[in-house]
Design a protein around this ligand. Structure first.
Ligand SMILES: *Cc1c(COP(=O)(O)O)cnc(C)c1O
Length: 425
């Protein structure tokens, strides 16, 4: 390679991945092994005490997982990354590292339905209390802050409504409050948006979606921005205080800009255990090689479908930030100029019943609960992904009873439109 910094597509293929040193295999192998032999007793002791880095046991680290982590960190512009079993596992480990029982965090309501459930129910049982705000109202985020607030959580492009969040504005609020900004970048992927460049401190991913991209493997990731002082406020004892399970080591003092990712690994993964399988890490790595090609095609197709829907007399409304008249068009131009993603919603004039009819009549599109597959997907959130929410929560999450959500795939766009045309009737 030359001195020129490699572009996104080059990194997507090459970052973190060298030919296998022992076999010469060009593609990263699946290291389907649980444990690794120590060189000698001292090496073993150094590994356990974090004086040396290396593989001990696949719950904590695995070479296939390691390549995936290096690739994600390079694409997001982070200092380090950690791959986990799922997007929700990533969120659990992030909050485990930040929160103590009785603490609060602020999250905006415009989130993936599963995250709303995780925060409202399971996190509460750990004593981690979510305080809800509105992604479109910066005052509501300010007002939700309290001395107990430990973090702010947003999505870059929000599921299911496709709205684009003003990341830099939220980052300013987080900075003033002295708390980290966590951004779920699942729907944008680093091809469309790099939240750390806009002031985010931690990025989380469901790799299950566009990053893997083929609807075949679960995975999650945590990216450390390396840009937050974990010792300053004294509010993050797991990072700043001596840790008894590592001979009194202080993680932030020892590891600096990579301390968050390392703490998530050596405490979160070690003790909570949601490791990604080497096989899933391999599938996701393979998918990520074409991330740029796929995302551009997803976005180009989604824009054409959104334009077609918005001109269809049976369609009441379309929310897609790529459409010039959309409320989030300016934010899309600022944060994700290459495309507004592939997930968006529309409503039919026939309301709930017409929406249900479309979902039942599609042939090429698949009616299922997922996004970010090569295939085009359709769902009615109110009766599925968001069904545990109250009518008020549904509306605030952009998932009212008439809402149909699309995740546009990379098929020929004429075929996607023809299928929606016959289904809308
Ligand atoms: C799917 C999804 C998650 C959860 O990820 P899993 O891999 O399903 O656990 C989190 N955030 C967003 C935006 C998602 O789409």
């Amino acid at each position: 390679m030359t001195d020129q910094p490699p572009g996104f597509d080059t990194l997507a293929i090459h970052a973190g991945a060298a030919p296998d040193p022992s076999t010469g295999a060009r593609v990263t192998p699946i290291y389907q092994t649980t444990a690794y032999v120590f060189n000698d007793v001292k090496h073993a002791a150094d590994l356990f005490a974090l004086r040396a880095f290396g593989n001990i046991y696949t719950r904590i680290m695995n070479p296939t997982q390691g390549v995936l982590e290096a690739k994600i960190a390079a694409l997001e512009g982070g200092t380090a990354a950690l791959a986990l079993a799922s997007g929700h596992a990533a969120q659990m480990v992030v909050f485990h590292t930040i929160m103590q029982p009785g603490d609060e965090f602020v999250a905006v309501r415009q989130l993936y339905g599963g995250s709303i459930n995780q925060f409202n129910h399971s996190f509460k049982s750990f004593g981690w209390h979510v305080v809800w705000a509105d992604a479109e109202d910066m005052n509501s985020i300010e007002k939700a802050l309290s001395p107990k607030t430990k973090a702010i959580f947003i999505e870059s492009i929000a599921n299911p409504g496709g709205l684009v969040t003003d990341i830099a504005a939220v980052a300013k609020i987080a900075k003033r409050a002295g708390v980290p900004l966590i951004v779920d970048n699942t729907l944008a992927t680093p091809y469309l948006c790099k939240p750390i460049e806009h002031g985010a401190n931690i990025v989380v991913h469901s790799l299950t979606k566009f990053m893997g991209g083929h609807g075949n493997s679960m995975g999650g990731a945590i990216v450390d921005g390396g840009n937050f002082d974990w010792a300053k406020s004294g509010k993050y004892p797991l990072l700043s205080e001596p840790n008894d399970s590592y001979h009194g080591m202080k993680f932030y003092e020892t590891f600096g800009g990579m301390a968050f990712a390392i703490t998530c690994r050596v405490l979160g993964l070690r003790d909570l255990g949601p490791a990604i399988s080497p096989q899933n890490a391999f599938y996701i790595l393979t998918g990520m090689e074409t991330l740029g090609l796929r995302m551009q095609r997803h976005c180009d197709n989604a824009l054409k479908v959104a334009e077609w829907l918005s001109q269809n007399p049976k369609v009441a409304w379309v929310t897609y930030a790529g459409l010039p008249g959309d409320a989030h068009h300016a934010l899309h131009k600022k944060y994700a100029p290459k495309g507004a993603g592939a997930v968006f919603t529309f409503g039919l004039k026939g309301g709930y019943e017409a929406g249900v009819k479309v979902v039942s009549s599609v042939k090429l599109l698949s009616h299922l609960a997922n996004v970010g597959d090569t295939r085009s997907l359709i769902i009615h959130p109110a009766s599925t992904t968001h069904s545990q929410l109250t009518p008020d929560q549904l509306k605030k999450a952009g998932a009212g009873p008439d809402v149909v959500r699309l995740s546009i795939g990379i098929e020929d766009v004429a075929d996607i439109i023809a299928d929606l045309d016959q289904a809308i009737g």
